[in-house]
Design a protein around this ligand. Sequence first.
Ligand code: ZN
Length: 413
Amino acid sequence: MLKINSDRFLQSLRDLSTIGATPEGGVTRYALTDIDWQAREWLKQQAASYGFTSHLDAAGNLFIYDPEIDVASPPVLVGSHVDTVPNGGRYDGALGVLAGLESLISLKEAGAPLARPVKLAVWTEEEGSRFRGGLVGSRAFIGEVPEVELNDTDAQGVTLAEALRQWGLQPEELPQVASKPGQVHAYVELHIEQGAKLDFANEQIGVVTGIVGIRRYDVVVMGQANHAGTTPMDMRRDALVAAAQMILAVEQTVKKSQYTEAVGTVGRINVEPGGVNVIPGKVEFSLEIRDLDIAAMDALSEQILQQLQEIALVRGVEVSFEHTAEVKPAPLAPAVQQIISSVAEDLGYSWRQMPSGAGHDAQHLARICPTGMIFVPSVKGISHSPQEFTPDEDCVRGANVLLNTILRLAGSL
Ligand SMILES: [Zn+2]
């Protein structure tokens, strides 16, 4: 089994985390800003010092590859992102990019004769922290950034098109970024779990089975606002008490269901009129359901919406729903999962299969080529925070799994 150079790899993780470092020990690197550019320039320099070539496409995606591998076959792509959430962690995205670069270097140093080229992709605006659509680079790569999205603005009123132009890119060329069918042999991404399953189970490697789908609703409960002092308890149509019961029903329905990985969340609530001495007349709340299986999402949303209607009936309030967002689940290729788990096995690492509850660029790549994801533990499941932490040994294990997965995907001559 090939191994990466762990000192060099861990040093690169520390070096990249200084670009956009915050006083709290986190990182702020918004997409398509000067800081993001600095991170890309640093990557290009690293790559050049090992004899690699870099190329920036019209979406700002940075590709790094060995110009000496003169094989016409479709490449194995490996990648992740370097943009972050405000005051985010040092590992989210950066780990996958740097493990990808380290894998390229290790393959070159080992002189492994590959049947296919390997390319590192650094995707643009994964987080959606500056331009809310998120996953912009990987969507451009599969031809799914609609023209209207170029008019989306950041907090300063700068459009996505303007931000691309400030980097010397031509937004009109965005459609040309889209890869054609068969152009990519396979895609693999190493990422921190951002949840606590591996850490709590004391396991080293997560073999990702897929990226969960997301369904969101806005729920409105209409009761009757009235005087809190003069309206007897049995004459009330309290929208908030009904909503409270509905929120509990969401939790119970998901917990009691046969779908053990499914999650249901009410994360936002608004009460009107919102006075201490007024019975709430109207409540709006969000409802979100996530699972890897679209049938489970369908079954759960149907059960939940039916329960909310029953509660409304009993409580004499009215309830209405609006389906506001839908992201389809993205199952990952069983063949790539098989390679990742056998690599982990051969390296002597413990591993488990698991879905990803968070979105990743891999969910889009999965639509055009066989795709796999490797997770390493996030201590206490903390992410999108300066406290985000993955021990050095876990970072190295993840990179070793990535390297050998790439090697098997690229195949030897
Ligand atoms: Zn990420």
